[in-house]
Design a binder for this molecule. Structure first.
Ligand code: FES
Length: 561
């Protein structure tokens, strides 16, 4: 074994000054011949508590087999992961976005402290993936991500279901549109087992776009969690890692401005989650690549939205494999000049070389992805809005199905739970612009997702009749007229803190302007009277998060001064 493949681990395994480390390595079962092999950290976010992560420890065992078979030492470790689907709508959601940075910190810590030569991350839920990629960028040692895979759809009374079905059932319950039996039936059958939430929500968005960026093997995002291809992928990872070590291809070779553009192009084409904006800003910063909200807008402007996937469309992620998977879609985008082909990937080949082996989309037989000449929307659905309500930017999801402008009367919620109460009391009416504030990275803290409010609004039949704006985030499962990531956030005295019930607010996706229709003098007077709220936490992880987190327009990173 050439020593350069173990250029980090040899510090522990070879140097005479490290007898304790060597004793411990014998203690965990390494044999004499193992001491010259590269050591690969296998980071799993597996745990039993949610469907997205429940199978990841099992997949990690297959990964380890592949690593061992390729003459390397694989060492599985765990990091945390929380399920957005289980924290949403309660105070647990405060921990969701911060968990991304804990995952990044954890993987960075173990791999750097233990001197691993490479890292393979086996991840499933929304924050797992950007957290793992941020760690890979910081470490800059050969790295590959393995996605746990999407869930299969659930079924009830002939209808296909997913996690959003459960939230929407609540809205129907509020509107007396569902029987108690059917409500229970939907809840019991929405989630049939392991895998990440099944539409083009945040997990599938990040998995698809990270694959396009080149940090996972082709088809990683397309195999459902229970598909045999997922296990096969895990077993193949060892050979791929060996090649990366031999070629010394590291994440900073793979994460470039061009590959970030490829990732964002796939996000736009597939109609992915607005959270991708936040996460790619953070990934770019971890890789020391300048990327701004305006760069994301440029990609959106040049990329047609072509995939009829949930949440706004018909199909589930499990359906995409049958039409050739994400590689087929990326190959099509490449053929149209929308993807950079010369970026290097974890296969050791370029994007173009990988795509040469991908299937072609057949527009005669499949109706899930449209030709770019007849797209769902001519440009991307993720729009960056500025204006006097968002001087440092905001991120909207505008598919066009809900229109391109909205003008209405403000209805202010100081906490996302208030909208649920208001809906139940019938206080939210057509024409309202619901403002959910104090939900930002510092104010929340943790920048909660609004899946429960938006799904409840949909279920109540108000989805196309109201708009929702917030300094928090939206789940990838969100659809409707929504603007999030408003900066500066209310906690920092941003204009969203100054809105009052009854104010007129307009959202214009054509001009990309979010306007609070009050005079500059009135705005200044309200600002002068504004008092910063006390932080909701001063100690513990959330207290530290409030003190360290950057704004949503800066990716909510926590490791910068
Ligand atoms: Fe984990 Fe949806 S809650 S992917």
């Amino acid at each position: 074994m050439a020593t350069e493949l173990n250029r980090f681990s040899k510090t522990l395994t070879q140097e005479v000054t490290n007898p304790a480390a060597q004793a411990m390595l014998y203690g965990i079962g390494l044999k004499e011949e193992d001491f010259v092999k590269p050591q690969i950290g296998i980071a799993s976010t597996g745990y039993e508590g949610n469907p997205c992560n429940m199978h990841l420890n099992g997949l990690s065992v297959y990964v380890k087999q592949g690593v061992t078979a390729n003459d390397m030492v694989g060492l599985i470790f765990n990091t945390i992961g929380v399920s957005d689907g289980m924290t949403n709508g309660n105070d647990g959601m405060r921990y969701s976005l911060p968990s991304r940075d804990i995952i990044a910190d954890s993987i960075e810590t173990v791999v750097a402290a233990q001197w691993y030569d490479g890292v393979i991350a086996v991840v499933g839920c929304d924050k797992n993936m950007p957290g793992a990629i941020m760690a890979m960028a910081r470490l800059d040692r050969p790295a590959i991500m393995v996605y746990g895979g999407t869930i299969r759809s659930g079924h009830y009374k002939g209808q296909k279901l997913d996690i959003v079905s459960a939230f929407e059932a609540l809205g129907k319950k509020f509107a007396n549109n569902i029987s108690d039996e059917d409500y229970k039936g939907v809840i019991q059958n929405s989630i049939p087992g392991q895998g990440a939430c099944g539409g083009m929500y945040t997990a599938n968005t990040m998995a698809s776009s990270i694959e396009a960026m080149g940090l996972s093997l082709p088809f990683s995002s397309s195999y459902p969690a229970t598909h045999e291809g997922k296990q096969e992928e895990c077993k193949k990872i060892g050979a791929a890692m060996k090649k990366l070590l031999e070629l010394n291809i590291t994440p900073k070779d793979i994460i470039t401005k061009k590959s970030l553009e490829n990732a964002l192009t796939v996000v736009m084409a597939l109609g992915g989650s607005t959270n991708a904006a936040l996460h790619y800003l953070a990934i770019a910063r971890a890789a020391d690549i300048p990327l701004t909200l305006d760069d994301i807008q440029v990609i959106s402007d040049r990329t047609p939205f072509i995939a009829d996937l949930k949440p706004s469309g018909k199909y589930f992620m499990e359906d995409i494999l049958a039409i050739g998977g994400v590689p087929a879609v990326t190959k099509y985008l490449y053929s149209k000049g929308l993807i950079h082909g010369d970026c290097i990937t974890v296969t050791g080949k370029t994007v173009a070389e990988n795509l040469a082996e991908a299937p072609d989309l057949n527009f005669e037989t499949q109706k899930m992805v449209f030709p770019i000449e007849t797209p769902i929307k001519q440009t991307g659905h993720i729009q960056v809005l500025y204006g006097n309500l968002a001087p440092e930017g905001s991120v909207a999801k505008i598919t066009g199905k809900e229109g391109l402008t909205f003008d209405g009367e403000a209805k202010v919620c100081e906490h996302e739970s208030e909208i649920i109460e208001m809906l139940a009391k019938g206080e939210i009416k057509a024409g309202h612009v619901v403002v959910i504030r104090n939900a930002g990275p510092k104010g929340g803290p943790g920048m909660s997702e609004m899946l429960k409010p938006t799904s409840a609004v949909m279920g109540a039949g108000l989805g196309d009749k109201i708009a929702l704006i917030t300094d928090g985030r939206f789940s990838g499962g969100t659809h409707g007229f929504v603007v999030g990531h408003i900066t500066p956030e209310a906690f920092d005295g941003g204009p969203i803190a100054l809105v009052k019930d009854g104010d007129r607010i307009s959202i214009d996706a054509n001009t990309r302007v979010l306007t609070l229709h009050i005079s500059d003098e009135e705005m200044a007077a309200r600002k002068a009277a504004w008092v910063q709220p006390a932080p909701r936490f001063t100690k513990g992880m959330l207290g530290r998060y409030i003190r360290t987190v950057k704004s949503a327009s800066e990716g909510c990173v926590t490791d910068e001064a």
